[in-house]
Design a binder for this molecule. Structure first.
Ligand code: NAD
Length: 364
C-alpha cells in the first residue's frame, strides 16, 4: 500500500460512516439532527472523558445542549454484560426511542460498550463515535466492530455495526496520560508491519517522532484501516491482517486482568507483536537482522512486561478460548516481511510456547 509521507487527509468514508478529523470548533451536529429527525440525544462517557472532554464538546456543538449524559467507570471491566444491562436500563428509564441518537465520547472502552448498546437498544439506534484516546482515534472507533468481554475472555460477544459518523478532535489527546499515548503506538507499529514498509521506515526513522506528528499519524493509520476494512468488512480474510500481534496480546491482557492489575491493550500488544514476529520468522525465514530490527524497535519504545513461565499454560488456555481458533487449529496472522501480512496461518502450541520463551530472553 502506498502511503504519502507528507499529505494529511481529513475525510474518509467507510461504508456509510463518514470519518472526519476536525480542528475547527464548529457545530457539526445541527444538520445531522435536523435531517435525521432525531428525537433525543444521549452521550455515553466514562469519568475521564466526562472530566476532560464533555464540557468542551457540548460548548462546540451547541445543538447538543439538551443531551442526557450516561457515565460508566473507566477501564476494561466496563466492557461487560452487567454494564450493558445498567446502561440499557437507564436509557429505557430516560425514554429512549428508535429516533434517538447515542454519542460515544471516550476511548475504546466507551466506543465498544456504547456501540454495542446502540446496536441492541430498541433493536438499534443511530450512533456517532467521538474518540478521545489515541487508541480509539486510530483504531477502536473505526470499522464497525463492537464487543464485550465474558468473564476472563476478551471480546467474546460482539457484532458489526457502523456508526453514522466518527469525528476526531486531536486536541482531546492533550489530557491523555503520556503512557496512554505511548502504549497506543503499538498499533501504529502494527500498521507498518502489516501494510507498509514505507510507513514503517517513516515511523522508525531517527528524525521522526510519532508524538510530535500525531495528526499525520492519525490520518495515515485511518487510511490504512479504512483500506483494509473496505476490502473485507466481515473479517474473513484481508481484515484479519489487523489481528497481527493480537492473538498472544489478548491472552496476556486476560492473564493480567485475572491474576494481577489490568494492563493496557497497547502495552500487551507490544509483547504480542514481538512473540508473533518471532513465530513469523520461524515460518517465513526472513533474516535474523530483520527479526532483531523489529524486536529492538519495540523494546526500545515500550516497557518490557515480565511474564513468568509458570503462566505459559494459562496463556495457551486463553488463546484456545479466543476467537481466532477455527476447526480446532489456532489461526494467526503472521508477517512474511515488513509491510506484508499473511492471514489464516495455523500455529502450534509449541510455536507459541517458544515465542514466550524468546520474549523472556529479550529482557535486558
Ligand atoms: N472495536 C475495535 O475495533 C477495537 C480496536 C482496538 C481496540 N479496541 C478496544 O479498545 C479498548 C482500549 O481502548 P483505549 O486504549 O482507548 O482504552 P480506554 O477506553 O480504557 O481509555 C484509556 C484511559 O484513558 C482515559 N481517557 C479517555 N479519554 C481521555 C482524555 N481525553 N483525557 C484523559 N483521559 C482519557 C480513560 O478513562 C481510560 O482511563 C480495549 O478494550 C480494546 O479491546 C477495540
Amino acid at each position: 500500500m502506498k502511503i504519502q509521507l507528507s499529505k494529511m487527509e481529513t475525510k474518509f468514508l467507510l461504508n456509510k460512516t463518514s470519518i472526519q478529523i476536525v480542528e475547527k470548533k464548529i457545530d457539526l451536529f445541527g444538520n445531522f439532527i435536523h435531517h435525521n429527525n432525531i428525537s433525543s440525544i444521549f452521550i455515553i462517557v466514562d469519568s475521564n472523558s466526562k472530566k476532560y472532554c464533555l464540557k468542551d464538546f457540548i460548548s462546540i456543538n451547541s445543538s447538543l445542549a439538551n443531551s442526557k449524559v450516561i457515565e460508566i467507570n473507566p477501564g476494561e471491566a466496563s466492557k461487560s454484560l452487567q454494564v450493558l444491562n445498567q446502561i440499557c436500563l437507564q436509557l429505557v428509564n430516560l425514554q429512549i426511542d428508535r429516533n434517538s441518537l447515542i454519542i460515544n465520547l471516550g476511548g475504546g472502552v466507551v466506543s465498544d460498550v456504547g456501540g454495542f448498546v446502540a446496536s441492541v437498544i430498541k433493536r438499534g439506534v443511530k450512533f456517532i463515535n467521538i474518540p478521545t484516546t489515541l487508541m480509539a482515534q486510530i483504531d477502536a472507533s473505526i470499522g464497525g466492530k463492537v464487543a464485550l468481554n465474558i468473564n476472563k475472555y476478551k471480546n467474546q460477544v460482539g457484532l458489526f455495526n457502523d456508526p453514522d459518523k466518527v469525528i476526531i478532535y486531536p486536541d482531546y489527546l492533550k489530557t491523555l496520560p503520556p503512557e496512554d499515548i505511548l502504549f497506543a503506538q503499538a498499533e501504529v507499529f502494527k500498521y507498518g508491519l502489516i501494510s507498509s514498509q514505507l510507513f514503517w521506515n517513516k515511523i522508525t526513522s531517527k528524525k521522526f517522532s510519532i508524538t510530535s506528528s500525531l495528526k499525520l499519524i492519525i490520518s495515515d493509520c485511518i487510511r490504512m484501516k479504512v483500506d483494509i476494512v473496505n476490502q473485507d468488512y466481515y473479517d474473513y480474510s484481508e481484515r484479519r491482517k489487523l489481528n497481527f500481534g493480537h492473538s498472544i496480546s489478548h491472552a496476556i491482557e486476560s492473564l493480567f486482568f485475572n491474576e494481577f492489575d489490568p494492563i493496557s491493550h497497547g502495552l500487551a500488544l507490544s509483547a504480542g507483536i514481538i512473540c508473533e514476529t518471532y513465530i513469523s520468522q520461524i515460518r517465513f525465514g526472513f533474516s535474523d537482522s530483520k527479526l532483531y530490527t523489529i524486536v529492538n524497535t519495540l523494546l526500545n519504545h515500550f516497557p518490557y512486561i515480565f511474564i513468568d513461565s509458570k503462566y505459559d499454560v494459562q496463556i495457551l488456555d486463553f488463546i484456545h478460548g479466543d476467537k481466532k481458533k477455527s476447526n480446532s487449529s489456532l489461526n494467526f496472522t503472521l508477517i512474511k516481511d515488513i509491510g506484508s501480512a499473511v492471514v489464516n496461518c495455523s500455529v502450534s502450541n509449541e510455536e507459541i510456547l517458544s515465542s514466550l520463551e524468546f520474549y523472556r530472553k529479550c529482557r535486558i
